[in-house]
Design a protein around this ligand. Structure first.
Ligand code: SF4
Ligand code: SF4
Length: 522
């Protein structure tokens, strides 16, 4: 490691520790002004009474403050439940909004400085660590992809560093999705940026979106250096950086600034599983012509865009060039792609699980639309749309796509969600498998069975098995990342499109190689 890289690594770690440390920096003081500002009128007097003993007291940490507040709200709700006054039960997450507004002290007044000392310092440190590799890569006599030492490094072989990073990521996602009231200092940290972009204070999703985009951009630079000799890798990396920055981040912020539905125009149902939820349809209808355009656009994308584009290009047009989940997997997740499970049993589980999630998403959406159209919450007498959508949101939208999908990068590889959980990937995969021009062709005679392709396939496909037989790779899970082809030392693999009927799905009887003609079985 060069000295500048050591400095970069040190700065990154300092920035990360400072970022986590900011969670402890506020003090919390509940006042009547805080309650008036955050609590609905119908709950105000109730909460005033319930929290009377907390008012005027200063809490040094969010944990004690939030615990006390939750205990009082739970006590109120318990009383309502015992008296069966269900309509009075408080469902709002007041712990979150009150903790944020009650934050006081040196930190909230100086959040801009803390932003620079944590987030910006971390980004600068990461770039200082990555950029010197460019010089090293440019000086190499033979341009090629280097993965030296990747199976010996505890950060990338599922070792102790990977376990620490994975635990941190899982903890981050659990707090973000299920306990945001403990993260309010991060919202305060991002407030100035949020106000500059959309005129509103930061939400936890703004914090997440900004960090997500920063991770794709910084690690995208790393990808551009690592695959500098490969035009395909460079183009698709620039593509995911562009779509994440503009479509997933800046355009929704601009739309929010203009008081329009803040929608990610490339997020396609059923990946965007709440697209047809009542409040989102109402939001679009309320937005007039633009909202109707969004409704038509979102429907046309999955109904026409997905089958047509996947027919011509395979699922890679979305999974490896456009999608935000794919973008993060390809950039932040690139160091972990070799950890994907290649066993046959993993393939079997993958097929069952990913298609089950697709069926679940379709049934849930049908029930939700039925409820919206008829006002009846139950479809066919037993499918309750509200329970279906909350179950889907918790297990698939929160736990699977967030906690497992990204938190487990350093332990199970970078495409766990795309491979086992994404309903859109399942839909794209069905089109790719049965009606697409895309395939990976294999020049089998050139294959030396080194296994590089299988090792670095993030979707767990045993690419070598196909290459050895001279057989085209037509797999519904292949996201067309092209890394198998990039790491092949013999130029065996090629991502191609042609008439679907010309696919070579049986092993070639004759393999032409450098050593002459080999007839299988002779
Ligand atoms: S088979 Fe190749 S192109 Fe397809 S997902 Fe695996 S590495 Fe990427
Ligand atoms: S990387 Fe190339 S040479 Fe090595 S096993 Fe795969 S196809 Fe064969």
């Amino acid at each position: 490691m060069q000295p500048i890289q050591r400095i970069g690594l040190a700065l990154f770690i300092v920035g990360l520790l400072a970022f986590v440390g900011t969670l402890t920096l506020s003090q919390y003081r509940l006042t009547d002004a805080v309650l008036t500002q955050t609590v609905k009128k119908e709950h105000l007097d109730l909460l005033r009474q319930a929290t009377a003993d907390m008012q005027g007291k200063t809490y040094p940490y969010s944990f004690g403050f939030v615990s006390d507040l939750k205990a009082r709200i739970n006590q109120l709700n318990e009383g309502y439940r015992q008296r069966k006054e269900w309509d009075k039960v408080i469902g709002d997450n007041y712990a979150f909004s009150i903790a944020r507004a009650a934050s006081t002290g040196f930190f909230p007044a100086n959040s801009g400085w803390f932003f620079a000392l944590s987030v910006l310092l971390g980004i600068v440190g990461a770039l200082l660590y990555i950029l010197p590799n460019r010089k090293k890569e440019l000086n190499r006599a033979v341009p090629t992809v280097r993965n030296n030492g990747i199976f010996k490094n505890p950060a990338t072989n599922g070792g102790w560093i990977g376990i620490i990073v994975g635990t941190f990521l899982i903890g981050f996602y659990v707090l973000l999705y299920f306990f945001p009231e403990y993260l309010t200092n991060w919202l305060i940290l991002f407030d100035p940026l949020s106000r500059a972009l959309n005129g509103q204070p930061a939400s936890q999703w703004f914090v997440y979106g900004t960090l997500y985009t920063a991770a794709i951009l910084v690690m995208g630079v790393r990808m551009l250096i690592k695959y500098r000799h490969n035009r395909y890798q460079q183009l698709r990396t620039v593509s995911v950086m562009f779509f994440q920055t503009c479509f997933a981040f800046l355009i929704p912020e601009l739309l929010a600034f203009l008081h329009q539905p803040a929608i990610d125009l490339k997020n396609i149902w059923p990946l965007d599983y709440s697209f047809y939820f009542d409040y989102r349809i109402d939001e679009k209808i309320k937005a007039g012509t633009f909202g109707i355009f969004l409704l038509v656009w979102g429907t046309a994308l999955w109904l026409i865009g997905v089958p047509v584009l996947t027919y011509f290009y395979g699922k890679r047009w979305y999974c490896s060039w456009v999608c935000g989940c794919g973008g993060l997997a390809e950039t932040l997740g690139d160091p972990y792609r070799q950890l994907s499970d290649k066993r046959l049993v993993a393939w079997k589980i993958e097929r069952v699980v990913v298609h089950s999630v697709l069926v679940f998403a379709v049934v849930m959406t049908l029930a939700v639309v039925y409820t919206y159209a008829t006002g009846q919450s139950s479809l066919l007498g037993f499918l309750d749309s509200y329970s279906l959508r909350s179950t889907y949101g918790f297990w698939i939208g929160g736990l699977f796509s967030g906690v497992v999908g990204t938190g487990f990068y350093p332990l199970l590889g970078n495409r766990v969600w795309c491979r086992f959980g994404c309903p859109l990937a399942a839909y794209l995969g069905l089109v790719q498998r049965f009606k697409s021009r895309f395939r990976i062709t294999t020049n089998g005679g050139q294959c030396i069975s080194c296994g590089n392709c299988s090792a670095y396939c993030e979707m767990g496909i045993d690419v070598r098995w196909y290459a050895q037989r001279g057989q085209d790779i037509v797999r519904s899970s292949c996201v067309g990342c092209g890394v198998c082809s990039s790491v092949c030392p013999r130029g065996v693999l090629n991502l191609e499109t042609a008439d679907p009927s010309s696919r070579v799905l049986d092993p070639m009887p004759i393999i032409l190689g450098n050593d002459g003609v080999h007839v299988r079985g002779v």
